[in-house]
Ligand binder design. Structure first.
Ligand code: PGA
Length: 261
């Protein structure tokens, strides 16, 4: 059995006041719909990643009322020190944050994230028993050059090198998100078949390192122009266990519909 993870990445959008208003509205939207499972069962799997200044206790409480956890968009591999602009995982944990996003393609593209730095962040997150969404995905040029699997294999190797042959035990959830760069923020979603093909490849390759059982338990999320309209078709695929939603997660009504899916 795999955990479903339904996540929203706000990127550099919304401040604290907008975040509070958002969760109040999301709660209202969800209350207006019949819940498909008791909230306690679904809470761990619904996460929003706001900017760091919207991770405080008041916003955590508002999110909890909508059965959503908050996560940070990044963490550093050291606990503290001279790392301007970075976030300490231990401090995130101390303020009640249990989820982190690692190696998002925008970090890779614009902020020099490499497989090596991403792996160090993952290692830190696992030591702290934080739940993780770790992102991989090819660019359009790489896909057109027939390099999709080679790129995914390289990125996955960095992820797997940290695990040393075993999924970490415990309540924290470790998940992997396939986010083709050409589908992010472009409105060009991968077709369910394209996404399934990439996910099946990731699952197969993961099984070589972790064994079939652990690979079978690793939630694989798809991200890239997911909307309330296309989420169900993606989630219907056998290896797609969740979604990481950017633009559509900024609209409470859209995100409520995706959670309902
Ligand atoms: P998008 O972003 O849904 O706006 O394409 C997805 C992501 O970057 O995680």
């Amino acid at each position: 059995m795999r955990t479903r993870v339904l996540a929203g990445n706000w990127k550099m959008n919304f401040g604290p006041a907008e975040a509070l208003a958002y969760f109040t509205e999301l709660e209202k939207q969800l209350n207006a719909r019949a819940p498909s499972a008791p909230p306690s069962q679904v809470a761990a799997c619904r996460v929003i990643f706001p900017p760091a200044y919207a991770l405080g206790p008041e916003i955590q409480k508002a999110a909890a009322r909508a059965h959503v956890k908050l996560g940070a968009q990044n963490l550093h591999w050291e606990e503290k020190g001279a790392f301007t602009g970075e976030l300490s995982g231990a401090t995130l944990k101390s303020i009640g944050i249990e989820w982190v996003l690692i190696a998002h393609s925008e970090r890779r593209q614009f902020f020099g994230e490499t497989d090596e730095t991403a792996a160090k962040r993952l290692s830190r997150a696992l030591t702290l028993k934080l739940s993780v969404i770790y992102c991989v995905g090819e660019t359009l040029a790489e896909r057109e050059a027939g390099l999709t699997e080679a790129v995914l294999a390289r990125q996955l190797d960095a992820f797997l090198s940290v695990l040393r042959g075993k999924l970490p035990a415990g309540p924290a959830i470790l998940s992997l998100a396939y986010e083709p760069v050409w589908a992010i923020g472009t409105g060009k979603t991968a077709t369910p078949d394209q996404a399934q093909q990439a996910h099946a490849f990731l699952r197969k390759k993961t099984a070589v390192s972790l064994g079939a059982d652990d690979a079978g338990r690793l939630p694989l999320l798809y991200g890239g122009s997911v909307t309330a309209e296309n989420a169900a078709a993606l989630l219907a695929k056998s290896d797609i266990d969740g979604v990481l939603v950017g633009g559509a997660s900024l609209k409470p009504d859209q995100f409520a519909r995706i959670l309902e899916t």
